[in-house]
Design a protein around this ligand. Structure first.
Ligand SMILES: Nc1ncnc2c1ncn2[C@@H]1O[C@H](COP(=O)(O)OP(=O)(O)OP(=O)(O)O)[C@@H](O)[C@H]1O
Ligand SMILES: O=P(O)(O)OC[C@@]1(O)O[C@H](CO)[C@@H](O)[C@@H]1O
Length: 305
């Protein structure tokens, strides 16, 4: 079973405006509420690909009820931990061909609520994969992901992590199946600027030397890289009208992990990951299967090392 951990789910309140003017009253042309959070998005794309997953995370308050209502139409398997405080609302503003995101901090999580959640993690074992993605609510200290990674690896499961900074670095010695920084996050990790693909591959390889089994580096409209200990691959990003960049990275992880679990073929998984990422970029919400299949045909993977 694939488990997704969204420590900080959200209602994504997506607002379409012709123009956004700061300091003035702006009127919305269209709006939509989506069940958001990175692990939730991974579960949604896995479902499109015909794969079961179980979504874990903290849900609370009136916004939590609305979140569950919004999610119900996607018919995902879930096992959320109920908390007292409200699930956050993340505002996504689409105006003048630009996307601006304002993400909430997330609810307070009590020690008991955290313990309830960790009990679910303790049930995960051999043959399972845990995908941990996104921010953590403020009360959960930085080693939250590290603790989950320790528990699941001790019990024989694999894990995938999509987070940044020290929280990512801390989990590397536990050998994540794959990590997926984007090229900006990777540059920030090494406090550097990249002068081309070779630099990016070297940085990704340093994370592999620290323990990651393999690394996807997403580069938005410039495609992606896939780096292993011995090899590196690059793929294109097809060109089309970009409707939404929210969740492209999550879609890429879902495509990669889902295919890897089915076929155990890393390069085929990379291609499907890239297809899911671009397909979401070309969709109003996350991509559907038809879009993913169409985009898949336009993805070319080249071995560069
Ligand atoms: N504008 C685009 N055109 C085509 N493909 C895209 C575009 N944006 C993203 N993709 C595809 O999706 C992948 C993941 O996107 P991106 O690099 O933006 O991830 P991210 O930074 O984790 O995004 P997010 O946090 O918004 O989900 C890219 O590597 C690329 O394959
Ligand atoms: O604040 P975080 O947890 O880093 O990111 C949360 C979020 O921006 O990520 C998803 C897209 O990747 C959205 O559904 C959600 O609103």
């Amino acid at each position: 079973m694939i488990y997704t951990v969204t420590a900080n789910p959200s209602i994504d309140y997506v607002l379409q405006l012709t123009q956004l003017t700061l300091g003035e009253v702006n009127r919305v042309a269209e709006d939509v509420k989506l069940p958001g959070g990175k692990g939730i998005n991974v579960s949604r794309i896995l479902k499109e690909l015909g794969l079961q997953s179980k979504a874990l995370g903290f849900i609370g308050g009136a916004t939590g009820q609305m979140f569950e209502h919004l999610l119900s139409k996607h018919q995902l398997q879930t096992d959320f931990t109920t908390v007292m405080a409200d699930t956050r609302i993340n505002v996504k503003i689409k105006a003048s061909d630009e996307e601006t995101e304002i993400n909430g901090q997330g609810p307070t999580i009590s020690a008991t609520e955290k313990a309830d959640f960790l009990q679910k993690i303790a049930q995960i074992g051999a043959g399972d994969v845990v995908v941990m993605a996104g921010s953590i609510p403020p009360q959960l200290v930085a080693d939250f992901y590290l603790n989950i990674a320790k528990t699941v690896t001790q019990n024989g499961a694999e894990f995938v992590i999509d987070t940044t900074g020290q929280a990512l670095l801390d989990t590397l010695p536990l050998h994540p199946l794959v990590i997926k920084p984007n090229h900006h996050e990777l540059a920030e990790l090494f406090q550097t600027e990249f002068n081309g693909i070779t630099d990016i591959v070297s940085a990704a390889r340093q994370l592999i030397e620290q323990g990651a089994q393999q690394a996807l580096v997403s580069m938005a409209g410039d495609g992606a890289l896939f780096v292993t200990k011995e090899h590196a691959y690059q793929c294109n990003a097809p060109k089309d009208i970009v409707r939404n960049s929210v969740g492209a990275g999550d879609s890429m992880i879902a495509g990669f992990v889902g295919t890897y679990m089915k076929q155990n073929d890393a390069v085929a998984s990379f291609r499907m990951g890239a297809a899911c990422g671009s397909a979401t970029a070309f969709s109003e919400d996350l991509a559907n299967l038809d879009k993913i299949k169409a985009v898949y045909e336009q993805i070319n993977v080249t071995q560069i090392q």
